[in-house]
Design a protein around this ligand. Structure first.
Ligand code: IPM
Ligand code: MN
Length: 371
């Protein structure tokens, strides 16, 4: 298959982790005889510095004219620490999601057997957890009208949802549940918010078309608690933009590190693949950022184009790295590998999964030729 892929590696650790995802995709191309062409675009703080715009027109054009977008991370302390800044890096990502109409953000969360002991949560609570969050991505409080009074003492953000916006992601969530354990949990705050009550009404009506899928409702505050008490109860989580942002970061603790969680942002025309983590400015350039979320986002890209075997090749390599404890300091503080070395191992393993020259024993202590 031939694919043109826009690469928007963005700020902070974005470029480091995205480079590892590209290495994995190159290895896949080599093994499966595909041709992926990577085309870079500016976004975020760097784009503001160079063009004054967090999403330059040229970048948007690139994304519209390619088959998929591979996204790194966005955000910079310069803006985080200054609420007065009017132009902010995150606006680039939000505009991109909106312009490409990427209304469904799919975030799988899995407890890897080899990492269970590394989670701060008890093994018996998290073992076997397998959740897929369907987060609405182009509506809600993120995109509603924002107001600040002239004297700067009163502010508001509007949370608005239309029936249509709720319907389209709901169908995707139910279809996904049909292929999984056939349960959808709608997370909302319907005891307080009008927009949540509309979500319940619309989702309950659609559920009737999916008789094989069980629908449950949970308030977000209870859901946040249930995620820690008994995460195995969840299969597909369906939720609006802001609740999805929060619950997925919380759920990442189950996996052992936020550095593991990939996502796919899907619309009817375009698609983008991005790790759920942020730009982690403190780690920039230090080689300590976990590249696995970015690499697994590349696997989701492959799955989107129905390259199932290719995606499995990436997943196997990631699982091997985790099994052998070939990880960055978030997962392996005693004997960490750099971002690049983890990427090298994963790309190598994709190329040669059976290679007897790879001495797995020695990899642990950093003596193998491949690291
Ligand atoms: C995410 C991020 C973004 C979001 C930020 C960077 C705007 O936290 O993708 O989860 O809030 O959606
Ligand atoms: Mn987030």
């Amino acid at each position: 298959m031939k694919l043109d892929i826009a690469v928007l590696s963005g700020d902070g650790i974005g470029p480091e982790v995205t480079a590892q995802a590209i290495k994995a995709l190159d290895a896949v191309c080599h093994n499966f005889d595909h041709s992926f062409v990577f085309k870079e675009g500016l976004v975020g703080a760097l784009a503001i510095e160079k063009t004054g715009n967090p999403l330059p027109d040229e970048t948007l054009k690139l994304c519209v004219n390619t088959d998929a977008v591979l996204f790194g991370a966005i955000g910079s302390p310069k803006y985080d620490n200054n609420p007065e800044e009017k132009i902010r890096p995150e606006q680039g990502l939000l505009k991109l999601r909106k312009e490409l109409d990427l209304f469904a953000n799919i975030r799988p969360v899995k407890a890897y057997d080899s990492l269970i002991k590394k989670s701060p949560l008890k093994s018996e609570i998290i073992r076997g957890t397998d959740i897929c969050v369907y987060r609405e991505l182009t509506g809600g409080i993120y995109f509603g009208e924002k107001k600040l009074s002239d004297d700067g003492t009163l502010a508001s953000d509007l949370c608005e949802y239309s029936k249509k916006e709720i319907e389209r992601i709901t169908h995707l969530a139910f279809k996904a549940a049909q292929k999984r354990r056939k349960k959808v949990t709608l997370i909302d705050k319907a005891n307080v918010l009008e927009s949540s009550r509309l979500w319940r009404k619309v989702v309950a009506a659609i559920a009737k078309e999916y008789k094989d899928v069980l629908l449950e409702f949970l308030f977000i505050d209870n859901a946040a608690m249930q995620m820690i008490l008994n995460p195995k109860q969840f299969d597909v989580i369906l939720t609006e933009n802001m609740f999805g942002d929060i619950i997925s970061d919380e759920a990442s603790v189950i996996g052992g590190s936020i550095g593991l969680l990939p996502s796919a942002s899907i619309g009817n025309t375009f698609c983008m693949f991005e790790p759920i983590h942020g730009s982690f400015p403190e780690a920039t350039g230090k080689g300590i950022a976990n590249p696995i979320a970015a690499i697994l986002s590349a696997a989701m890209l492959l799955e989107h184009f129905e390259l199932v075997e290719e995606a499995a090749a990436i997943r196997n390599a990631v699982e091997k790295a985790l099994e052998l404890n070939l990880s960055t300091p978030d997962l392996n503080p005693e004997n960490p590998l750099t971002t690049e070395k983890v990427g090298d191992f994963i790309a190598d393993y994709i190329l040669n999964p059976e290679d007897s020259n790879i001495n797995f024993e020695n990899i642990h202590v950093g003596q193998s030729t491949i690291i």
